[in-house]
Write a protein that binds this ligand. Structure first.
Ligand code: GLN
Length: 487
């Protein structure tokens, strides 16, 4: 059961081979046994989970076949999503006592679909990081090798799914935080087109870049979870009003004639040899499936990391100003006047990486530097988006590595923030352009660790990307390889 796909779980529930309560118990027991080794969950609440599972079972019993396709299936939420009645920490001390009074749109949608919350997953503090080492709740371990990082910032979600502590999970991606941990943990993850999934109740990091998406073992599972996550929501002013889509509709389409663009810049130096070998073998597989590869260019992609590290901190410095110790969250126990209370609460409540971003963000937005940094970065952002528009004239999807290396050791990059920031060198440009991107397992690299292949599609091409990923997963078994802790 722990390896079953969403479709198989739904079939088992429909046929009454298992109840939702039994299924939730199975995963809760695994969490109890394995989470101490992984630290993938910040909060687990057996009673709340079982209550939801009982409700799903009751609905099925009453509705005789009328229930939603994912009814009764458990999932885990990244702790960036507000969940009514549950602790919602965003991986930070400053929210370590925050019980959300409402549900994020995504959480509400998945509840409506009858899904059962197993718990809240660990993450880099305020989603700032690529290794899960910035969480106030301690690092998450990679289930493939617990001496290594799971990637970040959705590393708890990735570790939970990779270790089969949950069938699927939610994640968020501002610069790569769904795709990079998916790559490092051997999962399939999708960041949708900006605006497809509502950001309401998703704690804001960089609002013009943040987007939620599914993390799962297969493209098919991602499609089914995205079906339940996506949709217009008036409470998010950037949510797009579009007709509902079935993201699974094209999964089985043949790939004959598919034009895969390979950006010169992604295949220049940068990725490690083992990643290159796996990515090239995957491209050969695609050629066997009938696709053709064409060279394309994203000439400004080298500017994506510098532009991102101006824009994202700028937005973060503004978004994080709400955490002041006054209304909710952590307040310093001792302080003088009001200003001192703000200063001490923030000084004690935020970790080093978050403070670094607030300082950079405040600096680039300040009078005298705004034009030199922030405005310049916004212009680069436009150039990067235009590069993709040009590239998509010559291809249907773009492929390349997700991450330059496989999972790395704890501490390997934490002393040098720039090294850490470069973990997202292949993923960040899609966020700046607002394009959808995904990562699928495409081989094993050094140390037998998973390698991710990145697929970038045009705006609203999620169904096509899922098709491209699914056909590969029908022909190969990389996505079925499991981490050591999966027995
Ligand atoms: N690693 C990047 C950062 O630290 C991206 C994080 C994310 O996508 N949330 O900002």
């Amino acid at each position: 059961m722990i390896h079953a796909s969403l479709k198989q779980l739904a079939a088992a529930l429909t046929a009454r081979r298992i109840s939702s309560v039994e299924l939730a118990t199975l995963f809760l027991d695994r969490i109890e046994r394995l989470n101490p080794k992984l630290n993938a969950f910040i909060t687990v609440d057996r009673d709340k989970t079982l209550e939801m599972a009982r409700a799903a079972d009751a609905l099925r019993a009453a509705g005789s076949g009328q229930v939603a396709p994912l009814n009764g299936i458990p999932l885990a939420h990244k702790d960036i999503f507000c969940t009514e009645g549950w602790l919602t920490t965003c991986g930070s001390k400053i929210l370590s006592n925050f019980v959300s009074p409402y549900d994020a749109h995504v959480v509400a949608q998945l509840k409506l679909a009858g899904m059962v919350t197993l718990g809240k997953c660990n993450m880099d503090e305020f989603a700032m990081g690529s290794s899960n080492e910035t969480s106030w709740f301690g690092p998450v371990k990679n289930p493939w090798n617990t001496a290594l990082v799971p990637g970040g910032s959705s590393g708890g979600s990735a570790a939970a799914v990779a270790a089969r502590l949950a069938p699927v999970a939610t994640g968020t991606d501002t610069g790569g935080s769904i795709r990079q941990p998916a790559a490092l943990c051997g999962l399939t993850g999708l960041k949708p087109t900006y605006g497809v999934v509502s950001r309401y109740g998703m704690i804001a990091f960089a609002s013009s870049l943040d987007q939620a998406g599914p993390m799962a073992r297969s493209a098919e599972d991602c499609a089914l979870l995205l079906n339940a996550m996506a949709g217009f929501d008036a409470r998010d002013s950037t949510s797009l009003e579009r007709a509902a889509e079935d993201y699974a509709r094209d999964l089985d389409k043949p790939l004959n004639g598919l034009r895969i663009g390979l950006p010169t810049e992604f295949f220049a130096e940068g990725m490690s040899a083992d990643v290159r070998t796996a990515v090239e073998a995957a491209l050969d597989e695609y050629r066997k499936l009938g696709a053709v590869t064409v060279e394309v260019s994203l000439p400004n992609s080298g500017l994506s990391v510098p532009a991102y590290y101006v824009i994202a901190p700028a937005e973060a410095s503004s978004n994080l100003s709400r955490f002041d110790g006054v209304r909710y969250g952590y307040r310093a126990p001792e302080y003088g006047d009001l200003t001192d209370m703000y200063a001490k609460s923030r000084a004690q409540g935020f970790g080093a990486e978050v403070k670094r971003r607030i300082l950079i963000g405040t600096y680039v937005l300040s009078h005298g530097y705004y034009d030199a940094y922030y405005l310049q970065a916004q212009k680069i952002r436009r150039l990067i988006a235009n590069d993709f528009v040009e590239a998509f004239k010559h291809c249907d999807v773009i492929m390349g590595p997700t991450s330059p290396t496989v999972a790395f050791a704890f501490g390997a990059k934490s002393a040098d923030p720039v090294q850490m920031y470069l973990s997202d060198i292949y993923t960040i440009s899609t966020n700046l352009a607002g394009l959808p991107g995904m990562s699928i397992p495409c081989g094993l690299g050094a140390g037998g660790l998973p390698v991710g292949l990145q697929i970038v599609g045009n705006y609203f091409a999620e169904a096509q990307m899922l098709n491209v990923a699914h056909r590969f997963q029908q022909a190969t078994d990389w996505h079925l390889r499991t981490a050591g802790l999966c027995e």
